[in-house]
Design a binder for this molecule. Structure first.
Ligand code: NDP
Length: 459
């Protein structure tokens, strides 16, 4: 008789958990999974997927305007928020079903309920005690709202997907992915949006040219982006919420969205009692194999606080399942050249090093920039511009960063990410024939590096 009921027990059926459980099941392991909320986790239910649907919805306003220059007359327009929510909900329910089926088809046993780890090889789900040789914590994260007076008046990104009424005037607090994405969505759908960021410029960690460019474009589209703006408190006044800033400014709004980062869901799982080490932010500490300080317990995805991106969580989950049940992968999970997109308006796509990071790593770098108005907008009259940028290590000629702000940036950068991950050089980019007329062809036709003050010193 087997010592344990399961070879692998996964807590959390989000991106990381479902992928790890499915692959382990397909590799012949006896797998159980516990989920107390919805299948597919944040990404499918209250994150990437419905957010992208909202982004599509919000683009139409501009597209109706753009159409006029091409001869179209678009009639009376109106936007109905409940229709969007209803249709979005139906699609998300469909996806929930798919996720559940994926697990069942891989032979994974589903336990509905909240799981706690009660021993190195023991888990409790409700009244049931289960045993497993390996336990995986894949419980993800949740939005964090700083402890200011009136914080209960704010909503978080989770709430945005179920708002009963579409707000007229919104304050968005934060300067990361979620804040800029929702600022664009809300603005596109017709709200008056003020975005407040505490520092000198939002999207910290992204390439500086991109950050400045995006800010200009967002302002052109009508978003009131304010920097060095710290919210002291929120107060309810005459049926509205008033955001009071440190400098005394008061901004009234129907809705205040806090998008100020996410924290790991590591509490209430029995991890501390078991001796699983957490860092000061509550993230589970793991080694190169995603093993925690308790050797039979693993963790990955947002709960380990490395890279909070769905495709990374999927990759980690797959890596671990193969490691445990399919023979050892030769290398540790590779976090180099992870591409990402911000579905701002215009969108951002990025892979590799920012110019600043490349300069500090390699010293001498060449930078190529192309900024232009897309062909479509020569007739649409839309003022939106596109920015593309390549960062090249001068010594090796390797392209070490590609950054874009403009329509379909994510789609374009995904393709480039393959070449860059493979180590493509600028000469190889130059030898690639462009596809005309596209915006993407700019990435293979940039010939003259931009000269920056101080470049001479690095020659
Ligand atoms: P981010 O970590 O991207 O950004 C958090 C923002 O909130 C930063 O601008 C930060 O400022 C600010 N902030 C943090 N604490 C405070 C505070 N106490 N008061 C005021 N501002 C504060 O988090 P998000 O919530 O935007 O998103 C979470 C993660 O989810 C992202 O990091 C990303 O990995 C992932 N995600 C990915 C998406 C995608 O791939 N398109 C979409 C959405 C989310 P500062 O920079 O000064 O610290």
């Amino acid at each position: 008789m087997d010592e344990y009921k399961y070879d692998f027990f996964v807590i959390g059926a989000g991106s990381a958990g479902v992928r790890a459980a499915r692959i382990a099941g397909q590799l012949g392991a006896r797998v159980g999974i516990a989920e107390d909320r919805f299948f597919g986790g944040t990404c499918v239910n209250i994150g990437c997927v419905p957010k992208k649907l909202f982004v599509y919805a919000s683009h139409f306003a501009e597209e109706f305007e753009d159409a006029a220059g091409f001869g179209w007359t678009v009639g009376e327009r109106s936007f109905d928020w409940p229709t969007l929510i209803t249709n979005k909900n139906a699609e998300i329910e469909r996806l929930n079903g798919i996720y559940e089926r994926i697990l069942k088809n891989a032979g994974v046993t589903i336990h509905r309920g909240r799981a706690t780890v009660t021993g190195p090889n023991a888990i409790a789900v409700g009244d049931e005690t289960l045993t497993a040789q390996h336990i995986l914590v894949a419980t993800g994260g949740r939005p964090f709202v700083p402890d200011i007076r009136g914080r209960e008046l704010a909503v978080i990104s989770d709430d945005m997907f179920y708002l009963e009424e579409f707000p007229k005037r919104v304050v968005v607090v934060g300067g990361g992915y979620i804040a800029v994405e929702f600022a664009g969505i809300l603005n596109g759908l017709g709200a008056e949006v003020t975005q407040l960021y505490r520092g000198p410029h939002f999207l910290r960690g992204f390439d500086d040219d991109l950050r400045h460019f995006l800010c200009d474009e967002m302002r052109k589209k009508g978003i009131d982006v304010r920097f060095n703006a710290t919210v002291e408190c929120l107060e309810k006044r005459r049926g509205r919420i008033c955001a009071e800033l440190a400098d005394g400014t008061e901004i009234p709004a129907d809705l205040v969205l806090y998008a100020t980062g996410r924290v790991p869901n590591s509490g209430g799982l029995g991890l501390e009692a078991l001796g699983v080490e957490l860092n000061e932010d509550g993230a589970v500490v793991v080694d190169d194999e995603f093993r925690t300080s308790v050797p039979s317990v693993f963790a990955l995805g947002d709960v380990i606080d490395r890279v909070q991106l769905t495709p990374v969580a999927l990759g980690e989950g797959m890596w671990l399942a193969r490691r445990l049940f399919g023979g050892a992968p030769p290398e540790p999970f590779d976090y180099e050249y992870v591409p990402s997109a911000v579905f701002s308006q215009p969108a951002i796509g990025t892979v590799g090093l920012t110019e600043a990071a490349a300069r500090s790593r390699y010293g001498a770098v060449d930078v190529y920039i192309s900024e232009f108005r897309a062909l479509k907008h020569t007739l649409s009259g839309n003022e939106e511009r596109t920015l593309m940028k390549l960062v090249v290590d001068k010594a090796s000629d390797r392209v070490v960063g590609a950054h874009m702000a403009g329509p379909e940036a994510g789609e374009i950068i995904q393709g480039l990410a393959i070449a860059i991950k493979m180590g493509a050089t600028k000469a190889q980019f130059d030898a690639t024939i462009g596809i005309h007329p596209t915006a993407a062809e700019e990435f293979v036709t940039m010939r003259e590096p931009v000269v920056r003050a101080g470049d001479e010193a690095t020659e």
